[in-house]
Write a protein that binds this ligand. Structure first.
Ligand SMILES: Cc1cc2nc3c(=O)[nH]c(=O)nc-3n(C[C@H](O)[C@H](O)[C@H](O)COP(=O)(O)OP(=O)(O)OC[C@H]3O[C@@H](n4cnc5c(N)ncnc54)[C@H](O)[C@@H]3O)c2cc1C
Length: 481
């Protein structure tokens, strides 16, 4: 395809970008997908604990600062498929009520209801082959004890993007949560969406290509006509979709508003980067006196009626080698091995709500570093619910014979970075309209987790895939110039 031939340029190949690309390409649209990172190796190195966790070989190295100008490196991944390559493939729908505003918990509402996204949830579940597994014996016993400890607890099977064959491949079954599959046993944006587009004449994926700016019509910075790459290339199309993730898409738009002066007159400009959400996430390890041998583990999710914005999810395999990467180096290996063999991992999540001061600021820190100004303390209902839930789950574990130890993921734990370009009907309170178009601009859309006004009590990827598929559909059905 020649450069002029593109109808749509998508920036970023994670959940949202790949889903939008899938819908558009399958509908015959000519699409260019720019991805900052390269394709991950499929040689097994992405399953190796030492390379993945101890050495951080595949992590990004971009420094950010917090609101005290303290540097940190967020847990972002720049590779084809984005963070979906590393996710735990827990692919859940948000509940219908989680599309409504919840002022008491500081949650904004969506401009669309659950029913509008439902067909795209269904399509995403089918493309990602979402399935449920039976609980293994030790987990089943633990669940029974937890439910017996307090009737407020309920456990459901966790919908997972995993092929059943993974159970016959222990190396993959032990290393899918936080690792990237070498054989496609875990569904992700690359294996399940982009691989299905390879070879299509109307699709071009350009890895190792970072978008650094937006092109616009002569004298009209509100009309976007393409993208500038770090390679110096100019890529033009009738529509540009930002899908660089909730920490990067708002920075591209902020830079454009700043450089062109458009920010002075665009009503939604002050909200670009604002309302950033992270979920209140904590890792919780339950230590048992006995060795644990379940393989897959991550097959159940807990709800508690006293903590309606929260869930507790089982994590994948744990052993001494993995645990050692999270412990101080002074802890002897044999201790880590003994503890790891007796540990069950859980992921405690609470919806954090939105605060306008929780925001991303492009180049706002020392040395022009990007700023993540986020404090969970600005959202007291979420903070209190999260702490209460951890106490309740640790108590349930104690009654089941396990000692719980938890750790809040903090700012660098950006796995669930969301909501920095929120969607809504009003340009004074949102950045992107209900169709995914940036308010007050032409030719610019957003497909990634930036748009989420609410983060819900469960993981976000399925909702981002669904939003991306819906945007692809919208553009296909007439919105393209
Ligand atoms: C360890 C881990 C476990 C997780 N587990 C789960 C889970 O079990 N279930 C779940 O639902 N979610 C999970 N998540 C979260 C999930 O992966 C993300 O919510 C989802 O991938 C976000 O999709 P996205 O499209 O918004 O952004 P991303 O997936 O981050 O994709 C953004 C892409 O844009 C690229 N990019 C950035 N800037 C540029 C630029 N300037 N030019 C070109 N390309 C650019 C990036 O390299 C990246 O590929 C997990 C995440 C992690 C890290």
């Amino acid at each position: 395809m020649s450069e002029q031939a593109y109808e749509v340029i998508i920036v970023g190949s994670g959940a949202g970008g790949s889903a939008a690309a899938y819908g558009l390409v399958k509908a015959g649209r000519r699409v260019l997908l720019l991805e900052k990172g390269g394709q991950l190796p499929r040689d097994g190195s992405t399953l190796d604990v030492k390379q993945v966790f101890a050495e951080g070989r595949f992590k990004n190295r971009q420094s950010w600062v917090d609101n005290q100008n303290r540097q940190f490196i967020p847990g972002e991944f720049h590779n084809v498929g984005g963070k979906t390559k590393w996710y735990g493939a827990a692919l859940l729908r948000f509940a219908p009520h989680e599309f409504e505003a919840d002022p008491d918990h500081k949650c904004l509402g969506w401009p669309i209801g659950y029913d509008e996204l439902a067909p795209y949830y269904e399509q995403a579940e089918s493309l990602l082959a979402v399935t449920r597994f039976d609980n293994e014996p030790e987990l089943q016993q633990l669940i029974e004890r937890i439910l017996a400890s307090d009737p407020a607890w309920r456990a459901d099977a966790l919908p997972l993007g995993l092929k059943r064959e993974i159970l016959e491949h222990p190396e993959e079954a032990k290393h899918f949560d936080g690792f990237a599959s070498a054989c496609g046993f875990k569904s992700d944006a690359e294996w399940n969406l982009l691989d299905a587009l390879r070879g299509e004449s109307n699709f071009r994926l350009m890895p190792h290509t970072t978008a650094t700016g937006l092109l616009y019509a002569d004298g009209d910075p509100a009309q976007i006509t393409g993208v500038v790459g770090a390679d110096g290339g100019s890529y033009r199309a009738g529509a540009v979709i930002l899908a660089a993730g909730a920490m990067s898409s708002p920075r591209l738009l902020q830079d454009h508003l700043e450089v062109t002066g458009l920010g002075d007159c665009l009503p939604s400009a002050p909200l670009v980067g604002a309302n950033f959400k992270l979920h209140a996430n904590s890792a919780l390890l339950g230590f048992s006196p006995f060795k644990k041998t379940d393989l897959l583990r991550k097959t159940a999710i807990f709800f508690n009626e006293h903590y309606p914005h929260s869930t507790v999810q089982c994590l994948g395999w744990m052993d001494g080698e993995i645990l050692a990467t999270q412990l101080p180096a002074a802890v002897p290996r044999f201790v880590a091995r003994a503890m790891g063999a007796r540990a069950y991992g859980f992921f405690v999540t609470t919806e954090d709500g939105s605060h306008a001061d929780n925001r991303i600021i492009s180049c706002g820190g020392h040395g022009g570093l990007p700023v993540l100004d986020y404090e969970l303390g600005r959202l007291p209902p979420a903070q209190q619910e999260h702490q209460g839930l951890i106490r309740a789950f640790e108590s349930a574990l104690r009654k089941a014979g396990l000692l719980g130890v938890s750790r809040y993921m903090g700012l660098a734990g950006t796995a669930h970075a969301l909501g920095s370009l929120v969607t809504g009907d009003d340009p004074e309170t949102s950045v992107v309209d209900a169709d995914g178009r940036v308010h007050g601009m032409q030719g610019l859309y957003v497909a990634d987790g930036s748009v989420l006004p609410r983060s819900s009590r469960v993981n976000p990827a399925l909702t981002i895939y669904a939003w991306g598929l819906r945007l692809g559909d919208y553009l296909t059905n007439g919105a393209l110039r």
